[in-house]
Design a protein around this ligand. Structure first.
Ligand SMILES: [Zn+2]
Length: 291
């Protein structure tokens, strides 16, 4: 593991990929405070939350992301570089073919790995919140991404340059154990996703998605556009509208002006497919004891 990571990624310079084209919340905040002109397209990735988190320490980020907290505890050294960034919902962090310049630990937001088809169709293969990170390919020695990763729901991300990540985990058996367990969990999540989209109804999958997102946010309120949910489920917007109406009629949720609120969790859980329980149980089994 260390060999692959060290020889392929850690020795190379940080490469400018799509992600690198986005300025960090920290640097934008500094430029903003200094009165510098910031193009609107750049400002769209920075919110007041970024500015409020200016100077956020690695430890502060780790207080929100359980996996980062456990990883830091397992490592022999601390990352000397890390920053908080935020992207607009549905905005790519990087696309297939882009250099893997950073690894990302969601602080509040959720990231989704998207598989795109040649005819323009796409769907979520896996989503990651504050229970994990996006960076397994870096650990495995990959230089470029084979998938697209997008910001799924709003919120800050903590990121570390890929070479820094590789440097801090080198030589730590505890970090290796943690990463292996997370790899097992992620692989199974991908398998589960395939079965889920084949056998389970769109309503079951939507209920699963809402519950998982609420668990990560530790909140019953989710900011969510219909277009985004349609994209994640691989269905058309009218289908999402029908499902939202159905869940509202059952009293499980309310959904107004892009704000979805869970009113009756028990009813919603009854509508979700078994994949929700399967993945929650697997995470506990594989990772809970190491966190
Ligand atoms: Zn399912």
């Amino acid at each position: 593991m260390d060999t692959a990571c060290a020889t392929s990624h850690c020795e190379e310079k940080a490469m400018a990929g799509a992600a690198a084209s986005h300025r960090s919340g920290l640097s934008i905040a500094r430029a903003w405070l200094a009165g510098a002109f910031i193009p609107p397209s750049t400002l769209s990735v920075c919110t007041l939350a970024d500015i409020a988190m200016d100077g956020m320490s690695t430890e502060a980020a780790a207080a929100h992301n359980r996996f980062l907290r456990a990883l830091l505890r397992a490592c022999n050294s601390r990352p000397d570089r890390g920053e908080v960034v935020e992207f607009e919902p549905d905005q790519p962090i990087y696309s297939a073919g882009d250099s893997l310049s950073h690894v990302y630990f969601p602080v509040r937001g959720v990231l989704a790995i998207i598989v795109q088809l040649k005819d323009g169709g796409s769907a979520e293969a896996l989503s990651i919140g504050n229970e994990g990170f996006i960076g397994l390919p870096v650990w495995l020695g990959q230089k470029k991404s084979t998938e697209q990763v997008v910001q799924q729901t709003p919120g800050e991300l903590y990121r570390i340059p890929a070479r820094v990540f590789c440097r801090i985990i080198i030589g730590s058996r505890a970090a290796e154990r943690l990463l292996k367990r997370f790899a097992i969990y992620s692989l199974r999540a991908g398998y589960q996703s395939t079965v889920c989209s084949t056998y389970h109804s769109v309503e079951q999958r939507a209920a699963r998605w809402i519950l998982t997102t609420a668990d990560r946010a530790r909140s019953a309120d989710i900011e969510l556009g219909q277009a985004l949910l349609a994209h994640m489920l691989g269905v058309r917007r009218p289908t999402v509208s029908e499902i939202a109406s159905s869940l509202q009629r059952r009293g499980a949720i309310t959904y107004r002006r892009k704000m979805l609120t869970i009113l009756d969790r028990e009813t919603l859980e009854a509508r979700a497919c078994e994949c929700y329980y399967e993945m929650r149980g697997l995470y506990r089994e594989q990772l809970e004891s190491l966190l």
